[in-house]
Design a protein around this ligand. Structure first.
Ligand code: TXA
Ligand code: MG
Length: 357
């Protein structure tokens, strides 16, 4: 299969984008059961018509995704949500008002319109309204709900740039809508509204603190803290992972943490490995001398604004793979705000390789 690529201006409003040939074509492909990769404000998604089980099966095939991992359904209007939820939880309207369009997925009981292929047989479905104008324009013209996981081969870091989608899926999908880098950089927050207390199944772009503005109570799925089996099927796999080994260095004191990173980097280097450090703007000066020793240094973002770390994390993991690093050293960040989602992804990518400073 040949993958067509269209470049779109992310600055144009959805109302103008709907006129463009690229959007019309993407919509036509979705309507006839094909696969379209498209930008959202979080990461690129790989979309298919959510009401067409054969189209949805194509997503699993293209990604190499385990069949027991359900997909998020993307919509453009609140009416779409009402049509796809069998029951509308009491908090849903307020959450939508505040966070949609945006990086929040609400898990609700599914209507019979959603086939088993989307939910992996679960009686619930995750639904979200993305904030990217290209995604909204495509959804409007297609006129169908679009099931879409992140547009990577299963297990790899999610793509935050069109190039990254092509590295994983060129030749496996019909079309890519490339609108440059996404904004948030990490996936949406998955919030289960079918539990007595709303439960965060996956931390993401909308923070726990922000949810607290609408929800008197919100809990983290015990699976996230490693106490129990995660209830979001996707959270049980090694995930978001580069090919390189990733070591996550934790510690409350940033300087001690950086010293440990430095020590480990030198050890690995001496063992003959190619080593990359994901520094932060604040710790970079502490590592500078390592560059002359042949250790790769990159800044992922600023500790004083963790949104910058979220935005670049996946792209940097992919870059370190391209540069053929054997080992990547990553610094832990405080688990506040978006830091909770960053640490969740880093822990997954590390697959248990966590070191204490
Ligand atoms: O930001 C995002 O959410 C991106 C963009 C493309 O929208 N999508 C995304 O999809 O990250 P995916 O498939 O890579 O991750 C979906 C996550 C998985 O962990 C999955 O298990 C969980 O959501 N999920 C989906 N439906 C669910 C359900 N009914 N119950 C529990 N977890 C669900
Ligand atoms: Mg994914």
């Amino acid at each position: 299969m040949k993958t067509a690529v269209y470049h779109l201006d992310p600055g144009k409003p959805a109302a103008e984008l709907v006129q463009e040939k690229a959007i019309q074509e993407a919509a036509a492909i979705l309507q006839r059961g094909g696969l379209v990769a498209f930008p959202t404000e979080t990461v690129y998604g790989l979309g298919a018509d959510a009401t067409n089980p054969r189209a949805v099966a194509g997503i699993f095939l293209a990604k190499g995704r385990p069949a027991d991992n359900p997909l998020i359904v993307h919509i453009a209007t609140w009416e779409d949500f009402l049509a796809l939820a069998a029951e509308v939880p009491p908090q849903a309207a307020d959450l939508a008002e505040l966070f949609w369009p945006g990086p929040l997925t609400m898990v609700v009981r599914r209507s019979p319109k959603i086939p088993d292929a989307v939910t992996a047989g679960l009686e619930t479905v995750g639904i979200r309204m993305p904030a990217h104008p290209v995604a909204l324009a495509m959804l409007r013209v297609a006129g169908v709900p679009v099931a879409a996981p992140s547009a990577n081969r299963s297990g790899s870091p999610s793509p935050t740039r069109g190039e990254d989608v092509l590295v994983d899926l060129d030749g496996r999908i019909d079309l890519l809508l490339d609108a440059g880098p996404t904004g948030v950089g990490l996936e949406s927050t998955v919030l289960d509204l079918t539990t007595p207390v709303p439960t965060i199944l996956r931390p993401g772009g909308v923070t726990r603190e922000e949810l607290g503005r609408v929800l008197p109570q919100v809990q983290l799925d015990p699976g996230l803290t490693g106490q129990e089996k995660p209830r979001s099927p996707g959270m049980k796999y090694r995930h978001y992972a580069p090919r390189a080994e990733l070591l996550l260095v934790e510690g409350d004191n940033v300087e001690a943490l950086a010293r440990r990173v430095k020590e480990l980097a030198r050890q690995k280097k001496q063992a003959g490995l190619r080593v990359g450090i994901m520094a932060t703007a604040e710790t970079l000066p502490l590592y500078q001398e390592l560059e002359e020793e042949g250790i790769l240094l990159r800044v992922v973002g600023e500790r004083k604004d963790l949104r910058t770390v979220a935005a670049r994390l996946f792209a940097l993991l992919r870059e370190m793979d391209r540069l053929q690093c054997h080992t990547i050293l990553a610094e832990a960040v405080p688990e506040k705000g978006i830091g909770l989602a960053i640490m969740n992804r880093l822990r997954k990518a590390a697959g248990g390789k966590v070191v204490h400073a």
